[in-house]
Design a protein around this ligand. Structure first.
Ligand SMILES: Nc1ncnc2c1ncn2[C@@H]1O[C@H](COP(=O)(O)OP(=O)(O)OP(=O)(O)O)[C@@H](O)[C@H]1O
Ligand SMILES: [Mg+2]
Length: 395
């Protein structure tokens, strides 16, 4: 669940940050890095830069900026973030694929339309947003290399798909050994998949190493904290509510004290609301993303079902948080109430963070919460937080 060996390098890095600021003699102020620790100062400066998001199909690879990279390998999206002069640039791609039989004719058509694909075992694997267009055309669903946050054991070519999607977002580094920091989930609370998290982390590490990077893993909730809680001395609870899971990290002065995940998030809501209303999950997802307002009474079956399953996910998430905190012997003594910061696409509907806040009031946490807020760019907080860590490491 927490503080295992996988987290140890994270602790070392956090220590580096804390040492840098302690030398100023005024507690942890990451921005106030020790003289000479330029990488920490640069990373902190990057944290306040605006973000510019680009969809991969439109991104010109030759134009990709150099330097450290933040990478979010999510169930739904893969996002890469890099630092440019005045902003953080993110490029994203759908983490999905669709297969069609190989034929000379279709190869030519795919190539002439700049559709990204690779060939394996007599099949073309169409990847990213193009896969979604194909799936819609065939009135079916895309397939996913990552399920509920972790590489899916049932998709034999899953890793190849992830690699192909990543290669649409980042080039080989201009400088060999450049740092890339990538997000990994916390251990799932209810169904610890023995070894699955280690496998997930290690195969991504190996792939990025082969590309010429120095990979460093960061917990996804911790990345949210690094992105959003600079003004709170990196003390608070980061929760990333994504497609496959909700990832939670309690950070104390930039130390990831407790991390865990719950394998219920956007996909679960789509699937369950779809089953309850006899609508395809893909259609429910479109309605959810375009229309859902959790601050209003729902109208119609689909919206009612979406509210019901959002309530279930939020309740499961917060009762799990209560359970984990209450049973932990690692809780730091924190003098003042701490913020909860929400990121990820599932946290985006209007009213979501207020709902979380209301439910949280009824849950008896052993730590006092000051407020619940939404990240400035919920879909990009993980990649930006990972970039901040990568910039710190690169120094
Ligand atoms: N505006 C929106 N309203 C509601 N849900 C949204 C919105 N935009 C995206 N989502 C949902 O957010 C989820 C994807 O979020 P995100 O990209 O943060 O996940 P991920 O990082 O790929 O997955 P994970 O972290 O679980 O591995 C999907 O379920 C999607 O339907
Ligand atoms: Mg995510």
């Amino acid at each position: 669940m927490v503080d295992d060996d996988n987290q140890s390098n994270m602790f070392e890095r956090a220590e580096k940050l804390s040492n840098a600021s302690e030398s100023l003699g005024e507690g942890i102020v990451w921005g106030g890095a020790a003289p000479g620790d330029a990488s920490v100062a640069n990373a902190e400066a990057a944290a306040s830069k605006p973000m510019v998001a680009i969809q991969s199909e439109g991104a010109d690879q030759a134009e990709r900026p150099a330097g450290p990279v933040g990478l979010d390998v999510g169930t739904t999206h893969i996002v890469a973030a890099q630092n440019k002069r005045n902003h953080i640039e993110t490029v994203n791609q759908l983490n999905a694929f669709f297969t069609v039989p190989v034929s000379k004719f279709s190869r030519k058509i795919l190539q002439s339309h700049d559709i990204m694909f690779f060939e394996r075992n007599e099949l073309f694997y169409i990847i990213g947003y193009s896969a979604e267009s194909f799936a819609n055309m065939f009135n079916t669903n895309t397939r996913r290399p990552i399920q509920e946050g972790l590489l899916s054991p049932s998709e034999k070519e899953g890793l190849s798909v992830v690699q192909a999607v990543v290669s649409t977002l980042i080039n080989k580094p201009k400088r060999f050994g450049e740092v890339i920091c990538f997000g990994i989930p916390g251990e799932p609370l209810d169904a610890p998949a023995a070894g699955a998290l280690t496998y997930h982390e290690q195969v991504i590490t190996m792939y990025l190493q082969n590309m010429g990077y120095t990979p460093v893993a960061i917990n996804e909730g911790m990345a949210t904290v690094l992105c959003e809680l600079a003004d709170d001395d990196y003390t608070g609870i980061g929760i990333s509510m994504g497609g496959g899971m909700c990832n939670v990290c309690l950070s104390y002065l930039s130390f990831p004290v407790i991390t865990f995940s719950v394998q219920m998030a956007g996909d679960y809501i789509d699937r369950m609301a779809g089953a309850a209303t006899a609508e395809p999950a893909t259609k429910v997802k479109v309605i959810k993303e375009a229309e859902l307002d959790l601050a209003r009474e729902p109208k119609g079956m689909v919206h009612t079902a979406l509210h019901i399953y959002y309530d279930e996910v939020i309740s499961k998430l917060l009762t799990s948080l209560q359970r984990v905190l209450a049973s932990s012997d690692k809780l730091p003594k924190i003098a003042k109430p701490i913020p909860v910061i929400l990121s990820g696409g599932t946290a985006m509907p209007r009213g979501c963070h207020n709902k979380v806040s209301r439910v949280l009031e009824k849950v008896n946490l052993p730590i006092e919460i000051s407020e619940v807020r939404l990240a400035a760019d919920p879909l990009y907080a993980t990649s930006k937080g990972a970039l901040i860590m990568a910039m710190t490491e690169a120094g």
